[in-house]
Design a protein around this ligand. Structure first.
Ligand SMILES: Cc1cc2nc3c(=O)[nH]c(=O)nc-3n(C[C@H](O)[C@H](O)[C@H](O)COP(=O)(O)OP(=O)(O)OC[C@H]3O[C@@H](n4cnc5c(N)ncnc54)[C@H](O)[C@@H]3O)c2cc1C
Length: 309
């Protein structure tokens, strides 16, 4: 019930100004975000890699409406990738990129600018010896994102994409993208979408997730199971077993700060476990989507607000 207003608030500049100033916000944000700076991001990456995790770093930001800002975001990724190379972390840490942060939503020439900036990031990743995964945003961007991914894959075949199981189209997209070498991160989907394009009921989304996962696991690509849902994690393990997939032919992924004990349990089984690790000052949209996913997060936030001095 609270999901809809929270996801609407995630895109409201007025609510953003209010929430960012609330004293308890910072404490909760720290649970989901590595910190504001590159150094903090590298330090948390180092710690998690030491604990057996792989990482996908996200330089926070989205919906950029300024071409200079889009180029600055690509530069921030280049610096991040250089730091991963210099610290020897690139072997275990890649990056995730939102195309709207590198220009996709610009009114003029947005797709071309996003493609050019994403290409810069892929070149820096190739130089560092690691990979890039393109995040997926709301459904109005899906065709554009998959089109840009297709172009980039001609030069960077290791480029990963995210597919969202809640979209009706995704079963077909999974079939298209299940070929050899194809890295696909399957998640449920985090945006507010209309019934015309997306399943609305949780049970329907979960069933669609299983159908999509079956297609990816039966294919020849590299499925990335991005979920904290215990049932789906169990099913992913069974599907992998039925397909006789080895631990290095698929991976589990979770968000930083969510179900750390389960992350450790999966590491202990010998599975590949990657943590999506955001950093930077532009945490608002990401943070609001995490509140929307779990009422307990919002309750914690409101309690902290009510009891502050
Ligand atoms: C690595 C990764 C990358 C992602 N990339 C994208 C993307 O590009 N585009 C996109 O639309 N979505 C993305 N998502 C988000 C995803 O779509 C879901 O919104 C999110 O993962 C919650 O769904 P779930 O599968 O964990 O299942 P849910 O049914 O939502 O949750 C299952 C259980 O996980 C725990 N949990 C889930 N969310 C939270 C939370 N916020 N706080 C605390 N506990 C929680 C709870 O115990 C919950 O019962 C990504 C998720 C991951 C893990």
């Amino acid at each position: 019930m609270l999901r809809t207003p929270l996801l609407a608030a995630a895109r409201s500049p007025r609510t953003r100004a209010l929430v960012e100033q609330l004293p308890p916000t910072r404490a909760l944000v720290q649970r989901f975000v590595a910190g504001d700076t590159l150094d903090q991001a590298v330090a948390v990456t180092d710690e998690l890699v030491g604990a057996g995790r792989r990482i996908s770093l996200d330089h926070l930001g989205e919906d950029t409406s300024d071409a200079d800002q889009a180029a600055a975001t690509a530069t921030a990724y280049e610096r991040l990738l250089a730091a991963l190379r210099e610290t020897g972390l690139a072997e275990r840490a890649e990056v995730s990129v939102k195309l709207s942060a590198v220009g996709q939503s610009l009114a003029r020439d947005g797709e071309r600018i996003a493609l050019d900036n994403a290409r810069r990031i892929c070149e820096a990743a190739a130089a560092a010896g690691t990979t890039v995964t393109l995040d997926m945003e709301d459904h109005t961007t899906t065709d554009s994102t998959l089109g840009i991914a297709r172009e980039l894959r001609a030069d960077f075949p290791w480029l990963g994409v995210v597919l969202q199981a809640y979209l009706h189209r995704t079963e077909a997209d999974c079939a298209d993208l299940a070929g050899a070498g194809s890295r696909v991160r399957l998640c449920k989907g985090a945006y507010q979408e209309p019934a015309s394009v997306a399943h609305q009921a949780k049970a329907e989304v979960d069933r669609a997730y299983v159908r999509c996962l079956k297609t990816l696991m039966q294919g020849e690509g590299y499925p990335m199971v991005a979920s904290h849902d215990p049932r789906l994690i169990r099913i992913a393990g069974q599907l992998a077993q039925w397909q006789e997939r080895k631990a290095d032919t698929f991976e589990y992924q979770m968000l930083y700060g969510i179900r750390p004990e389960e992350q450790q349990r999966l590491v202990d089984t010998g599975a590949t476990m990657r943590i999506y690790l955001p950093y930077g000052g532009e945490w608002y949209g990401y943070f609001m989507r995490r509140l929307a996913e779990r009422p307990a997060n919002l309750a914690f936030f409101l309690r902290a607000l009510a009891t502050r001095n």
